[in-house]
Design a protein around this ligand. Structure first.
Ligand code: AP5
Ligand code: MG
Ligand code: ZN
Length: 215
């Protein structure tokens, strides 16, 4: 099973991917997470990507497709969830090649439909556990005990440098200009399923799971 989660910044791609990992043993391939890890480690890719990400623009197609290929070679268990990739027509072509080289195919492209005005609130309220990376939100998904991670018990949290209103607007413009136009490519192949991303987190998960289960 190979699926793409598609949607603008803050649509819930990472949130839903984490739930599918926990519940189904699928593997999340998030180019955003991979790039942030590269920035943190100070690798050559990280050095190139840092300023681009802070501006909210897209990192080069060659870099992100190479990261995805490496991660696919490390194994994708019971299935891959592509989160934040592909984001351009060139990346969509690259993914087709990466899959076919490995004898695999895409099963579903799940588009999270959202209201752009709500996304700024989602993004500006977002934070993650500094130790295990679990995602939270000040209003929509607080830890059960204040200031303690539900998953690992840590009490240190962090925020992304690109999660400010100015950068979010650029990220949305990039999505509209470069990513939304790849949806028709997948529509012509009958792969796109649209889910209401404005519903509660659990309802969105249920809608995705019913697609994965062929319902
Ligand atoms: P990336 O990390 O992919 O960021 P993004 O696409 O902007 O998406 P986000 O991670 O912000 O949102 P999300 O959809 O995962 O939402 P989340 O689940 O966290 O990319 C970052 C940067 O890296 C890019 O700008 C670019 O520079 C570079 N990059 C990455 N991939 C690239 C590529 N392929 N090519 C080129 N460059 C690339 O949810 C947001 C918040 O809302 C959370 O707090 C969550 O708790 C809450 N929430 C989620 N769902 C709901 C719900 N249903 N109701 C209420 N709250 C909810
Ligand atoms: Mg994300
Ligand atoms: Zn944690």
């Amino acid at each position: 099973m190979n699926i793409i989660l598609l949607g603008p910044p803050g649509a819930g791609k990472g949130t839903q991917a984490q739930r599918l990992v926990e519940e189904r043993g699928m593997v999340q391939l998030s180019t955003g997470d991979m790039l942030r890890a590269a920035v943190k480690a100070g690798t050559p890719v990280g050095l190139q990507a840092k300023a681009v990400m802070e501006a909210g623009e897209l990192v080069s197609d060659a870099i992100v497709s190479a990261l995805i290929g490496e991660r696919m070679d490390a194994g994708t268990g019971s299935g891959a969830i592509f989160d934040g990739y592909p984001r351009t027509a060139a990346q969509a072509d690259a993914l087709d090649l990466l899959l076919s080289e490995r004898g695999q195919a895409l099963d579903h492209v799940i588009e999270l439909g959202v209201d752009e005005d709500a996304l700024v609130e989602r993004i500006v309220g977002r934070f993650t556990c500094a130790v295990c990376g679990t995602g939270y939100h000040e209003t929509f998904k607080r830890p059960v005990v204040d200031n303690v991670c539900d998953v690992c018990g840590a009490s240190e949290f962090k925020r992304r440098p690109d999660d400010n209103e100015q950068t979010v607007r650029t990220r949305m413009a990039e999505y509209r200009a470069k990513t939304a136009p790849i949806i028709p490519i997948y529509e012509s192949r009958g792969l796109v399923r649209r889910v209401d991303g404005m519903a509660d987190i659990g309802q969105v998960t249920a809608a995705i799971e019913s697609i994965l289960d062929g319902r």
